[in-house]
Write a new protein. Structure first.
Lengths: 1041, 532
């Protein structure tokens, strides 16, 4: 301290001597003062260096952004601040100069978050990308991940349904694994990335309000992700929430939007007249007389449009965020309170709804002269939601609307839902799908999440920092459902009321210690080394109960205590704990020579309680190197067009351990293993049996990735580009590979099978201005190829589930050597038989008639093996659900107070398998596509004739498959900033905007939404009645004080 | 110095996790494992119940044995819905080309049988691990029951598929199909062990709470059935060198003399459709039954009769009959085979016309004949005429899985007829007892010849999963010519030719398809049966 003061004195003395004693001056001395503020928020910027150009004269702004300096007329003042564009002002006769600094875009001095630390963007050697909180917030999305869509090349984001609060699938650089089925036969998919929020691993990302986010960093390649070792095989998403900034004045922000949502595109189904016509034709084609006369058809009208009944016209969505951030003394803070609400477009608020309340406070305290710091992150989230079934064909509420005939009435004469079993005349097997939705989806769920950490860091000597943090996650959840008595058809009824109630809690503790040291050797060799440890311990417990005969038959009273069922066979009670522990050590060395030659290496060792002793430890290394070519002297002559070029290469291994605990043991199943002895029905004797084979040898799934890329800036930073080529091999999948039935028990989880994802990613951004018109255009795209290998079974196949597309449907997807994960498999078709002669002429090479029972109008299946029979051996790839191309486009501009933003995203090269109808029923409604059916020679060569036995649809063929390419205009926003008009000193920003989300989708897919994140088992791109994403129109405001 | 202390602190914090050696050890406190189970006699009993549960589940998914055996016989056609796949027709006609894509028709069953056998094998192999203590007697009883169940399962399998991998201990290996004789040897030895180790408690002395448990009588009766099938189908002089004809007959005579069983007075009362006069489950004629109850749900509880729904009238409830999927439509030849004085005729078959049933869903029925199975068919007990409340007002369960009629695998009348067929000195008396019950006042004795006994078995055991094997054990040619059919049925109200050719029965030897996915998974170690 004393030395510093001495130095200051010496420095001041030197300046004084220079000013008054030695220097000859021209021009007139003038005292200039002013205030420096940020252009985007109009807040004062402290610590801006203010220098006189060409002279060693300078000062810096104080806490209020104010400065004072003496200079001469004609001098130029240069304003420099980290993160802002440089600004120059020449001094005339004005003594007050207020400067507004623009934030620097794509500044290479920016830092990115890399896991247990940060790094200058220009020095990174892996494939990682950062999205700023502002760009997230611009999306006006309720979900953080949804907001990433279209901004992150190589990251595919889909929602499992359009229902508010639905799960989001994030696939980074192609699907890496297929998951497995747990003991209950439920698919466990473990191909999502690791989410780390402020250093806390595995946070439920849907609980975060996008407004709280400072930045999101996506670690795509293994070299970047390897610091998270066994949790990062599918990439890592690092989220940093907003913190206050030292020296910044308190700012209060209020952001709000409110909007209305509708279905963007409704599927076109047959109306009553069309349906009757098709039913007639099917009867005639099946050798029977017509069912309806033409006169009868003419009188039918439209009938019931079930999709119209299911959808609501104006579902509300709203979001309010109040934030305060700033600093005070040695402390910085940031806090926010927010509410997000979204109603579902199917069924409306009472059936499909999502509400979230967030409270966050982050603080940091400088306890002792930048040597000891201490702080905390704390988030509390309360989420309430309820929803309809968006699962498989049996648990998909919307599907009923597709298959129910338009003949069925909504209400009976008394105004009740129509009971088709008693008074139905057409098909007593079908039930009012709207009423089914109402009766079967009465549920309320809520959860409370509390998570955050307390940390302290000590920097005893320059460059050395020790940071310890104690993180925690706590969740408690509760759910209830009520099932009323109803009778809608002979299949759709319930005779007793019943209720479900569930509760659970989960807590995780994470203890991290990291020691890092930055130092230079021989001044030009810069090193940063880091070593750390982390331990995680999770405890979970849950209970579920269901019982019948409620005292009060409504959802409000649906608690177990109100259920009076006394029959053991109708009472279901379960409760169990779950435990998980992980211990990790990791280290990193970062080196650069003159910021020209870059080298990074990491190593992580992880041990997990999910594996048996002796198989717990896994080691995950990575190496990466970069060369900043533009720092070489021989690149000097390209500076007029090429500002920056860095070439980089990386290699690393990361792991996946995401399986349920105790998979290495052979569990004895004690539940649902009963037999009835004696004569009293319903009285069961419990039994036991070994459920699954043991496999003590299971270990980590490993993903190995090589990445080559470059980052470049051209034309004075106007054009930015980034390119990557990668090969990602994920091997030793954790899967339950099929075993022979003779083994007699469920297959153990083993390591086997691999997939190679390879591809390229390119991101381009151009920003410039014409006068006061600033604009920026961005485009990014990625290509990925997915190919499975080494499936550890004799037939090299992991089979998909049956009974998914429709009742009794056979397998339609697989993981098979040489094919993409989950490719669609079925018969290829080659048009429609137009005449009897066509049927007779369709022969194998040996002259055998291939489809002897076919009639004109039936579909012609391809006999691939030319054996004269259409059999399983003829099935082949008929579609690939994995997009080959994903891309995003954005355009933003501002002119004076106006701003405009447009974001579009899309995929190409993938297929969707669509099945809205059960071929085992002759009476289900059709989509309007059937109107193009064959009904006489030459009428169609794609859509076959209709028959009552649906023979042309009984087999899975390419008739079920459509291209899934689309381009979606996902966001258009127009805003105006009223700040300048209002001109009030306490108002930093008053912006109002209007936005449209999911405005329009260009696609040839005929469903309601081509972006299908649903799939059962390890399938994807399956439309069995997809809850579409809504189109939203909203108005919003951003106000800052 | 200060700095040094911080380093010490830092290093110790960094390695803090390593101090606790047991940090990574967790225990699953709600799940037993193979290592800590099979310790006490109670564990042994639980595991035994698990074997029964395994048996109960073999007919749960796919095509159940009792349904398959009837469809393949001359009693019924495949039926099912008019828009369904043609798997049942493929099975009925022994014709692969009827449904070329069906390569896993019996896959669910194959898997379920091996799961059940695994449970039995596991328990049998753990007998020494269990500390029986003072309950040493239980060991033989449990082992006898487990081995009976294993024999029962293998007998189903070896009849259906003919050539199956044989495991008498748990194994993950890729095991080739065994010689049928070896399978029958295991079956015979298991049954012999069961007969020797189960107490000779007469039905009349048995505690009703234990109905459903394997008895000495069940083991003896099944031995008789296995003996007759093996020696007939494979033309062998005895049961795999383990049981002779006189031993088999001795077993059956023992049941008749000491088992305490008898015929229920009215044939119709054997079946729940008889309503209030129903003799009930576990009646005095039941030697062995697979027991079902109504507690099945879609959350893993499978305790119901999941296959009976197949036999029901196609998606229409016509009281007292409940709806089903319309499989196994009855061949009118069977209806006509009964004399009008045979009380079994209307007790066994639903005749839509004779009972005046208003069946309006013919448009959805394939291979409609006007006749449905009555012995095993869903019932509607709801007075409103809704065929759904199978649980009699409990309001749970689906008509598909919550049917709870037991499958009576062996009836006392079968014991009588088997004993007669095996040449009992009392053959004529046994034969007459069965016929007297059937014809009541119209009874007139006919000689207990082999052909008369076989004809009577057809009428007595229709739809009980017995007829097909009775045909096969008379030789494949007899079976083929009897099963062969050329007639007309109605598919969705349209007259359609129905043909079953004898040559197909002969080509397949009456066996069903080995599941192709298992063949590919075995890398060709498993071989497909001829004709499939």
């Amino acid at each position: 301290m004393k030395t510093t003061n001495k130095r200051k004195l010496v420095f001041l003395w030197a300046i004084f001597s220079w000013l008054f004693l030695g220097h000859v001056t021209y021009g007139q001395e003038i005292k200039v003062s002013g205030k420096v503020t940020g252009a985007d928020d109009n807040l004062p910027i402290p610590g801006v260096s203010v220098n006189v150009k060409g002279k060693q004269k300078g000062t810096s702004t104080n806490v209020n952004g104010q400065f004072a300096i003496t200079a001469q007329t004609g001098d130029i003042l240069v304003f420099r601040a980290l993160g802002y564009q440089l600004e120059e002002r020449s001094i005339g006769n004005i003594s007050v100069i207020d400067v507004s600094l623009k934030a620097e875009v794509n500044n290479l001095n920016e830092v990115v978050v890399i896991g247990y630390g940060v790094q200058k963007k220009k020095l990174t050697t892996g494939a990682n990308l950062q999205v700023k909180g502002d760009d997230i917030e611009k999306q006006s999305s309720t979900n953080v991940l949804q907001a990433l869509q279209g901004q992150t090349p190589g990251v595919q984001i889909t929602t499992t349904s359009g229902q508010p609060g639905s799960g989001i699938n994030v696939t980074i650089r192609g699907r890496g694994t297929i998951g497995y089925k747990d003991a209950n036969g439920n698919q466990v998919n473990n191909n999502g990335p690791l989410y780390v929020v402020d250093g806390l691993m595995g946070v439920d990302i849907t609980t975060i309000n996008p407004a709280d986010i400072e930045s999101i960093d996506v670690l795509k390649d293994a070299a970047s992700a390897a610091i998270y070792g066994s949790n990062s095989a599918n990439g890592v998403v690092l989220i940093t929430t907003k913190t206050g900034k030292q020296g910044k004045r308190t700012s209060v922000t209020f952001d709000a939007y409110t909007g209305t949502q509708q279905v963007a595109r409704k599927a076109d189904l047959l109306n009553a007249r069309e349906y009757a016509t098709i039913m007639n034709e099917a009867a005639i084609n099946s050798g029977k007389p017509a069912i309806f006369t033409n006169a009868a058809i003419a009188e039918l009208g439209e009938g019931t449009d079930w999709l119209d009944e299911m959808f609501v016209k104006n579902a509300a969505t709203e979001n309010y965020v109040l934030g305060v951030q700033g600093s005070s003394g040695a402390s910085v803070y940031s806090t926010s309170l927010s509410y997000t609400g979204q109603e579902g477009v199917v069924g409306g608020k009472s059936l499909s709804n999502y509400d979230r309340y967030n409270f966050r406070i982050n603080t940091e305290h400088n306890l002792y002269k930048d040597i000891i710091k201490f702080g905390q992150h704390l988030n509390f989230v309360y989420t309430k939601n309820n929803g309809i079934g968006v699962g498989n064909q049996y648990n998909n509420t919307l599907r009923g609307a597709f298959t129910t005939s338009p003949f069925l009435k909504m209400y009976d004469d008394a105004g009740n839902f129509f009971n088709n079993d008693i008074s139905g005349v057409w098909n007593r097997g079908e039930a009012n799908p709207y009423a089914e939705m109402v009766y079967n989806n009465q549920n309320r769920n809520n959860k409370q999440n509390l998570f955050g950490d307390i940390y302290a860091s000590v920097s005893p000597i320059k460059g050395l920092t020790f940071r310890t943090s104690f993180g925690f996650k706590y969740e408690s959840n509760e759910g209830r459902a009520f099932f009323p008595i109803y009778h809608l058809s002979q299949f759709s009824f319930r005779d007793k009321t019943s209720a479900n109630q569930s509760m659970g809690k989960n807590r995780t503790l994470q203890f991290d210690n990291v020691l890092s040291y930055k130092f230079d050797l021989a001044t030009e060799n810069h090193f940063e080394v880091m070593a750390g440890s982390s331990s995680i311990s999770t405890n979970e417990s849950s209970m579920f109960g269901s019982n019948q005969n409620l005292i009060f038959a409504d959802l409000e009273h649906a608690y177990l205590t109100n259920a009076t069922g006394r029959d053991g066979s109708v009472i279901n009670l379960t409760g169990s704990p779950k435990e998980f522990k992980q211990l990790s050590y990791f280290g990193r060395v970062q080196y650069n020579y003159k910021e020209r030659y870059l080298f990074n290496t990491t190593l992580r060792a992880d041990a997990s309680s999910r594996f048996a002793k002796g198989h717990r430890w896994g080691y995950f290394p990575s190496f990466s190197a970069g060369w900043v070519a533009t720092n070489e002297s021989f690149f000097a002559n390209t500076r007029n067009w090429l500002d920056f070029l860095k070439v980089r290469a990386s290699w690393g291994q990361v792991g996946n351990q995401n399986i349920a605990p105790y998979q290495y043991l052979a569990p004895i199943q004690l539940t649902t293993t009963n037999y009835i002895f004696g004569t009293t029905e319903g009285v069961l004797t419990p039994g036991a049996f070994p459920k699954r084979l043991a496999n003590e040898d299971i270990k980590w799934e490993t993903s190995e990735q090589t990445n080559i890329g470059f980052d470049a800036r051209f034309l004075n930073g106007k054009l930015n580009s980034s390119f990557d080529y990668y090969i990602k091999n994920t091997k030793d999948w954790l899967i339950a590979a099929p075993i022979l039935n003779t083994a007699g028990a469920d297959a153990p989880v083993i390591n086997g099978g691999d997939v190679k994802n390879s591809g390229v990613e390119l991101a381009l951004n151009y920003s410039s201005k014409v006068g006061k018109f600033n604009y920026s255009v961005g485009a990014n795209g990625a290509y990925n190829k997915n190919k499975v290998g080494n499936i550890p079974t004799a037939d090299k196949i992991v089979h998909g589930d049956v009974n998914l597309l429709y009742v009794n449907a056979l397998e339609f997807y697989r993981a098979e050597n040489g094919y993409p994960i989950g490719y669609f498999r079925g018969y290829k078709t080659a048009g429609i038989f137009q005449t009897e002669a066509d049927v007779a002429a369709y022969r194998s090479t040996s002259g055998k008639v291939i489809q002897p029972t076919a009639a004109p109008g039936d579909v012609r299946f391809v006999d691939r093996n030319d054996d004269g029979v259409i059999s399983d051996a003829d099935k082949t790839l008929i579609g690939d659900p994995n997009p080959h191309y994903t891309y995003g486009l954005n355009f933003s501009a501002n002119y004076k107070g106006f701003d405009f933003y447009l974001l579009a995203s899309g995929v190409a090269g993938n297929q969707i398998i669509q099945s809205w109808r059960n071929p085992s029923s002759s009476l289900g409604n059709y989509s309007a596509a059937i109107l193009d059916r064959w009904h006489g020679p030459g009428s169609s060569n794609r859509m076959p004739r209709v028959t009552e036995d649906n023979r042309n649809f009984a087999q899975i063929s390419d008739l079920y498959v459509q291209d899934g390419d689309f381009l979606r205009i996902s966001n258009v926003t127009i805003g105006y900033d009223f700040t300048k008009l209002l001109n009030k000193s306490y108002l930093a920003k008053v912006r109002l905007y209007a936005a449209a989300l999911n405005l329009f989708t260009f696609t040839k897919y005929d469903g309601m939404d081509p972006e299908i994140g649903y799939g059962e088992g390890f399938s994807s791109g399956v439309d069995v009645g997809y809850y579409p994403r809504p189109r939203t129109f909203m108005l919003g405001a951003n106000i800052r004080f | 110095m200060k700095t040094f202390k911080i380093y010490i602190l830092a290093v110790s914090l960094l390695t803090a996790g390593a101090c606790k050696k047991d940090f990574l050890d967790t225990e699953d406190v709600t799940t037993a494992t193979e290592q800590n189970f099979y310790k006490t006699p109670e564990d042994g009993f639980k595991a035994l119940v698990g074997c029964y549960d395994g048996l109960q589940q073999v007919y749960d998914n796919g095509i159940a044995f009792p349904v398959a055996a009837e469809v393949m016989s001359d009693n019924v056609f495949g039926g099912t819905g008019n828009s369904d796949g043609f798997g049942y027709q493929m099975m009925d006609e022994f014709e692969k080309l009827r449904s070329p894509a069906d390569n896993n028709l019996f896959g669910d069953g194959w898997a379920a049988y091996y799961r059940a056998i695994f449970r039995c094998n596991m328990l049998i192999s753990k007998m020494d691990q269990i500390n029986w203590g003072a309950n040493a007697g239980l060991r033989n009883t449990y082992e006898a029951e487990a081995r009976f169940l294993r024999a029962y399962l293998y007998f189903d399998m070896v009849r259906l598929w003919g050539n199956i991998p044989l495991l008498i201990a748990p194994s993950r290996e890729n095991i080739p199909q065994a010689n049928p004789e070896d399978v029958y040897k295991v079956i015979a030895e298991d049954l012999k062990f069961a007969v020797a180790n189960l107490p000779a408690t007469a039905y009349t002395a048995q505690s009703p709470a234990t109905y459903g448990r394997v008895t000495k009588w069940a083991a003896e009766a099944l031995t008789g059935r296995v003996y007759l099938y093996y020696t007939g189908y494979y033309s062998k002089p005895d049961l795999a060198g383990v049981i002779t004809k006189s031993e088999a007959l001795g077993y059956l005579e023992n049941i008749i003399s000491n088992g305490g069983f008898g015929l229920v007075d009215n044939f119709a009362n054997l079946w729940p459709v008889s309503g209030s006069s129903y003799a009930g489950e576990d009646n005095k004629e039941t030697i062995f039954a697979i027991k079902y109850t109504y507690t099945s749900d879609f959350n893993g509880n499978t305790d119901g009769n999941h296959w009976m729904v197949m036999n029901g009238i196609r998606v229409q409830s016509i009281p007292p009959y409940g709806m089903g999927w319309g499989a196994a439509t009855v061949n009118p030849k069977l209806w006509n085979a009964y004399s009008s004085t045979d009380t079994r005729k209307v007790a066994s078959i639903i005749s839509i016309a004779d009972e005046g049933l208003n069946f309006t869903n013919k448009k959805d029925q394939r291979e409609y004949t006007g006749y449905y199975t009555k012995k095993y068919t869903p019932l509607s007990v709801d007075s409103a005429g809704n065929a759904n409340s199978v649980t009699n007002g409990k309001g749970i369960g689906s008509f598909q899985i919550s049917q709870f009629q037991d499958y009576v695998a062996i009836r006392y009348s079968d014991v009588l007829l088997m004993a007669a067929e095996l040449g009992s000195p009392s053959a004529q008396s046994y034969f007459d007892q069965v016929r007297q019950r059937a014809y009541k006042a119209n009874f007139s004795s006919i000689p207990a010849t082999q052909s008369n006994i076989m004809a009577e078995r057809r009428l007595e055991f229709a739809f009980e999963g017995i007829r097909y094997w009775d045909l096969l054990r008379q030789g494949i040619n007899v079976a083929a010519s009897t099963i062969a059919e050329s007639t007309t049925v109605q598919n969705g109200e349209v007259n359609t030719a129905k043909t079953i050719s004898a040559s197909k029965v002969i080509e397949t030897k009456g066996l069903v398809q080995i599941p192709y996915p298992q063949i590919t998974l075995s890398n060709g170690v498993l071989q497909q049966n001829a004709g499939w």
